[in-house]
Design a protein around this ligand. Structure first.
Ligand code: MRU
Length: 319
């Protein structure tokens, strides 16, 4: 399954707002359509946003746009995933942005396969593993980070059970992660977000693996709710892993300085098309939160597994 692909001089995206009911595609033939697709979460997940932005930049270059201006617009599409800024900066240094974007798409798949290999070593036969949101093939070009770890463990013949948090308000765990695991025949169950602490308390979760939108020296940023899962895991001594490519690393800032995207209140007010609260209700809808490093057992990358609490080198010199 390819989340995004370059086809007939257009960027072809799986429309993730239509899953799991329909597998349909959106075609972007100019950079503005790519920005809209990122904002509306037709494509989402840090690596997928990054590579889509690279193709968006390529479309702008082919159309002879003012690239400095386009770069600013593209970076503003969503604020939290550092891959977006990384991808735009990288293509801006390239002469041929399309070639660079195609190379980034190839690299993304190889990176995820390597993350899967390192991560699978941490998963034991018989494990029940919890994940939050969707850090799967749909969040990348293919294969996925956290779900890539489960794919690799399963492909090695390990008997695993995946538990997906529903991930309110957008429901990426329910609509995307469950769907992905079902496509591959990997045993999967859905739980409401509020159930993970209870399941941990009765010994039903062995490990947690999630993705990240940013990894800094002092923690990570990921989908809202990740922090509460990490707190519960710490309480019950359950290993809590973050699977992320090095393109998600930010060496410049403290994770607590990450800009947290605030999304449309209607995402919370409506559920399945129906209003679930009194008219006029005020809403707070942060899309991401921060997990400080003391709650993280290890960060699984394409270069190996790192404990942010116990690094052999300075974070800035790691790669
Ligand atoms: O708002 P989303 O769906 O883009 O958020 C996605 C996540 O939080 C993922 O866990 C993260 O981007 C890592 S994807 C490999």
């Amino acid at each position: 399954m390819r989340t995004l692909e370059w086809e007939d001089n257009k960027l072809k995206l799986i429309d993730q707002t239509k899953l799991p009911d329909e597998l349909t595609y959106v075609y972007c033939s100019n950079y503005k359509q790519v920005i809209t697709a990122i904002k509306d979460m037709i494509v989402r997940g840090a690596p997928a946003i990054g590579v889509s932005a690279a193709f968006g930049m390529a479309l702008a270059q082919l159309a002879g746009e003012d690239m400095e201006k386009v770069a600013v617009e593209m970076k503003n599409a969503r604020p939290t995933a550092v891959n977006l800024m990384w991808a735009v900066d990288r293509v801006m240094k390239a002469e041929n942005m399309l070639d660079e974007a195609l190379e980034m798409a190839r690299e993304d798949i190889n990176t995820n396969l390597a993350i899967g290999e390192y991560g699978a070593e941490l998963i034991d036969d018989g494990d029940t593993v919890l994940t939050h949101c969707n850090a799967g093939a749909l969040a990348c070009v293919d294969y996925g980070t956290a779900l890539g770890v489960f794919r690799s463990a399963f492909n090695q013949g390990k008997n695993i059970q995946v538990i997906c948090d529903e991930t309110r308000p957008r429901g990426q765990g329910a609509s995307l992660s469950v769907w992905e695991m079902q496509q591959e025949g990997i045993p999967v169950k859905l739980i409401p977000d509020v159930a993970s602490g209870y399941l941990m308390s009765i010994g039903k979760i062995d490990k947690v693996v999630i993705g990240a939108d940013r990894v800094a020296h002092d923690g990570i940023a990921n989908k809202i709710g990740s922090f509460m899962v990490a707190l519960a895991a710490k309480r019950f001594d359950i290993p809590f892993y973050v699977a992320a490519p090095i393109s998600t690393f930010d060496k410049e800032i403290s994770i607590f300085d990450t800009e947290i995207e605030e999304r449309d209140p209607n995402e919370v007010i409506y559920y399945g098309g129906a209003r679930i609260c009194p008219e006029g209700t005020e809403v707070i809808n942060p899309a991401f939160d921060i997990v400080p490093k003391d709650l993280i057992t290890g960060v699984i990358t394409e270069k190996g597994v790192f404990d942010l609490n116990n690094l052999e080198k300075d974070f800035k010199e790691l790669f």
